[in-house]
Ligand binder design. Structure first.
Ligand code: 6CS
Ligand code: FE
Length: 311
């Protein structure tokens, strides 16, 4: 397949290619707009350096408990279990991920427009934003499988046609994340380079990749260099903690061998100036629950406290 002239990050290639420095800024707001938001200059500089930020107890216990109760209801909801956006663990009926969670639940939808979150999103992306993807990753005790090392941007670029690195993930822990239940691991500083990956993408790759990702995974040589140089961090913390990570930060997680389940909520915000194009791997677009095309209006912050309303 020929590489498109508007493809700044060629990947899924026939032959290995060297990694290269990203062509996009990490923080997109410029001039005085950089200071216009809740993140301090120290936090912004850390995000620029590491590609992620951690806030302990971002949501209080009562709020997290309500979200967790919602989760428990979804596990018994036949319609949700059967929906295309619900992914089960390989070879099992246990839930691995539920996508498009903000379209299933009013409470999650309101959280996407919480001004405390959206103000940070705007400060980082330097524009209005919309939800590109939302999901809950479950990791049941004993059975929860891991996620191999990857950059989300690599997949969103190749399989969804996200043109540039101008998106950010907000991950809120709905259970405690401990060293034992397969917490998110990140490679600090990895967001500054793009790693082209080898291998042509089959149509409907997502049907297997969401259970176990085989393509869009960097070579062991690249991973070795990057991780040797930068190390690994696995922020742990109580339920309610927030991790903000840049779309190109390498991350993964181990299986959950502990008896304690681990669930994290993810909202991915994309800049309205970075809406999806045709997938750069040349395939047809993935369904909307993975990469939103239908609903890309700029989100507006809710004025009342979005979480205290009963619903
Ligand atoms: O394919 C995707 O879009 C998803 N896959 C992974 C492993 N991480 C990000 C994203 O949810
Ligand atoms: Fe990911």
């Amino acid at each position: 397949m020929d590489i498109r002239s508007d493809d700044f990050y060629p990947t899924r290639l026939e032959r290995p290619q060297a990694r290269f420095d990203r062509l996009d800024p990490v923080i997109h707001s410029q001039g005085s707009a950089r200071q216009d938001g809740p993140l301090s200059e120290t936090e912004l500089a850390r995000y620029e350096r590491d590609g992620f930020l951690v806030f302990d107890r971002f949501l209080d216990e009562t709020t997290v408990r309500r979200f967790r109760e919602d989760l428990r209801r979804y596990e018994d909801d036949e319609a949700i279990l059967r929906s295309e956006g619900t992914i089960t663990e390989p070879g099992k009926q246990e839930i691995r991920s539920i996508f498009s969670i903000h379209e299933l639940s009013d409470r999650f939808d309101r959280l996407t427009r919480d001004p405390r979150i959206l103000d940070m999103v705007h400060q980082l992306l330097g524009s209005d934003a919309y939800i590109h993807q939302s999901r809950i990753n479950y990791k049941p005790g004993f059975h929860g499988k891991g996620f191999d090392w990857h950059s989300d941007f690599e997949t969103w670029h190749a399989e969804d046609g996200m043109p540039r690195m101008r998106a950010v993930s907000f991950s809120i822990a709905l259970t405690d994340n401990t060293p034992f239940n397969g917490p998110l691991m990140l490679v600090p500083g990895s967001h500054r380079q793009f790693i082209p990956c080898v291998g042509r993408t089959p149509e409907d790759n997502y049907q297997s990749s969401l259970k176990k990702q085989e393509l869009g995974v960097p070579s062991q040589g690249d991973l070795n260099d990057m991780i040797d140089r930068h190390g690994i961090q696995a922020p742990t913390g109580p339920a309610g903690s927030l991790i903000i990570f840049e779309c190109n930060t390498l991350h993964g997680s181990n299986a959950n061998m502990s008896p304690w389940p681990r669930s994290n909520l993810f909202f991915v915000y994309n800049s309205v100036e970075n809406r999806l194009e045709a997938p750069f791997c040349g395939n047809k677009s993935r369904p909307d629950f993975l990469g939103s095309r239908a609903n890309t209006e700029a989100l507006t912050p809710l004025s009342q406290d979005p979480l205290t309303r009963v619903g």
